[in-house]
Write a protein that binds this ligand. Sequence first.
Ligand code: GAL
Length: 814
Amino acid sequence: MKFTFTAIILLILIVLFGCAEAVEQQTRDIITLKQGWQFQKGTHPEAVNPSFNDSQWESVTVPHDWAIYGPFDKDIDKQEVAIIQNFEAVATEKTGRTGALPYIGEAWYRNTFSLPNFDNTKQVLIQFDGAMSEPEVFINGEKVGEWKYGYAYFYFDISNVVKAENNSIVVKLNNHEQSSRWYPGAGLYRNVKVIVKNKESIEHWGTFITTPIITQELAKVNIKTKVIANNPKLITTIFDAEGSEIVQHETTTPFNNEFDQNLEVPNPKLWSPDTPYLYTAVTRLYSGNNLKDEIRTKFGIRSINYDRNTGFSLNGEVTKFKGVCLHHDLGPLGAAINISALRRQLTILKDLGVNAIRSSHNMPSLEQLALCDEMGFMLLAESFDEWKIPKVKNGYNLYFDDYAEKDIVNLVHATRNHPSIVMWSSGNEVPDQWGTEGVKRAKWLQDIFHREDPSRPVTVGMDQVKAIMESGFGAITDIPGLNYRVHLYEEAYERFPQGMILGSETASTVSSRGIYKFPVEKASMKQYEDLQSSSYDLEYCSWSNLPEDDFILQDDKPWVIGEFVWTGFDYLGEPTPYDEFWPSRSSYFGIADLAGLPKDRYYLYRSRWNTKEPTLHILPHWNWEGREGEITPVFVYTNYNSAELFLNGKSLGIQTKNKNGTPQERYRLMWMDVKYEPGTLKVVALDDGGNPAAGKVIKTAGEPHTIVLEPDVNIIKANGEDLAFVTVSVVDENGIPCPTATNQLNFEITGNGTFRAACNGDATSLEMFHLATMKLFSGKLVVLVQSTEVAGDIQLTVTGEGLLTATLNLLSEN
Ligand code: GAL
């Protein structure tokens, strides 16, 4: 082969350029410690010693939740308390309040790690994205730090105690009884990362990107970067989502240790829930001409504005929050963070039409934030459920004085570049709403948020509305957030100066998927012998309300800027209205159940929130053996205004939404006098001209006959973490779904996958999630199939006595 001179020069340049790239990529290493952990419950101070023999301990991967494997036990964290927030005056025994899972006590984790590229020019940090709770961290036998709050992100500088090879890390955790009002999880349930960078480098969480000016023609992107370097030079380049370079800026002039750069992005593509467009800023720090550090930060260009006359606007458009509150647990996975489980939640919420999430009542996971940026959800990022005055005796009140400021600073620094976050929350229903000390605390916390991030406002979820109107607590809060208390919205709006009210927490309607109770009537704190709540969606709590009470305020009062429904998904713990009953260990509040399966209410919200696709849903199911001839009302949740109902071909008349009727008549179509007879129930939705526009049919099913498997995805990543969620149901011999089936099913997985968990959404079930057998609940359950690190085929086989077996083929890919 003959090389011309130019070709040789070109080759040399490519090699040189290639090398330069390789060097640049080595400015930082981020090592996520997932594999190789040894775990043991109990007290093991001797385990701090690096030569401690932990071979008898359990081998686990992190993220890990030690308590989710149960068993459920009524006596765990049994509390003899009066829940003041629920208006209780007398203490009674509460059993499933924290999920009845064994989360209490001490536990220890051990691992080792090596640091390629380590020498004494390096700074080494260890970051925990959350550790439940009271973590104490030991490296090579030395304590390097401790934290308290299980939801906080925190890091320590461990440069002085590490070496290149074989570092020992030991983490001690401790959970107290009565430390939570829901299931908090237990262990290293979020990621642990070791960051190796030059001592001359960009400070950890030292970048802050805002987009203070946006027009159609340009956006001003302001990037503040804190550095430690001699003779520093900073070059920042912005790339669009396709990876094309947009603009670059170079500066050698820091102010103190902070660079302040302004870059112009022409014709910016704006970030919003509908168009979640992300840019990337690549920031390179040089000392003289030597590259010292490089970080990449995704960001969005978007404006948020809270105005006393127009409410909340995103990119100049008045926008209402169609939001849900979410606790952090992922149902059968417990608190252990998992990206595919989070992605599935968000996919379901997208279909529901949700545009915002409140991370109640604590810091959201970093994985959830990245997904919200990417998939398009706004975030109300919350911090605390308690300040100084306790709700539960071992709650955050124990740490408030020493940690509140540090926890907020870390929350803001770690997450402020996410365009999804549009508001902070400093607290939820804190008892400090009473009294002047509480007002001072509210102001102090809000000022910390403002100091760290002047670009977003702060709210508090407030339930003591009378008190906060009197004390000034509500008036000084940037955005007054009311939890429930729909009857006080008007008065609060009149009395507060902000000109708007946020429904920071709404509804708390309770229901069990697929369970219907008769007679059908509105009721507060209604209890039944089977410890379920009716899916006719007419049952609520003594402090809460039905969805329509919120809809009316949202629709009729322009100054109400949106709502966050309690909750998007059921969660472990807080089994109201059965706090005092056993077995009952998870919530009934969800729009979807603990397995992520939609309840009927899903379609009521979807009919309002999903403006892109029609909704037409009938309830109840039509299997009422024994109720022949009895009144069995039929509800239809739909975006259409009216519909005609047919039972076995006979019209039962047309119903039309009635703005002047009861709240339910305004938003639901209801046939209250239907007498049950088995067969076919059909609804035909009518357009505004009275013409048939859509139809839906449900039928009475015969005996369960065949198992049906429906995965949410067919291909997963071969990374040992990715999951497919397979909905399992049964149909009769004619293929009609059996809505009341309770068959015990067994799961077997072969090939390159493993069984991770199963969940049926029954709040009273004591079956363990990680065992490969479970009963159907209202005809359904979900099986979680996990990849291994080897790509290939995976088969899930589900069997049940007397049922036709089903097998599903999935694929895992690199
Ligand atoms: C609220 C509280 C939530 C949850 C909910 C249940 O008062 O903020 O955390 O307890 O009630 O309705």
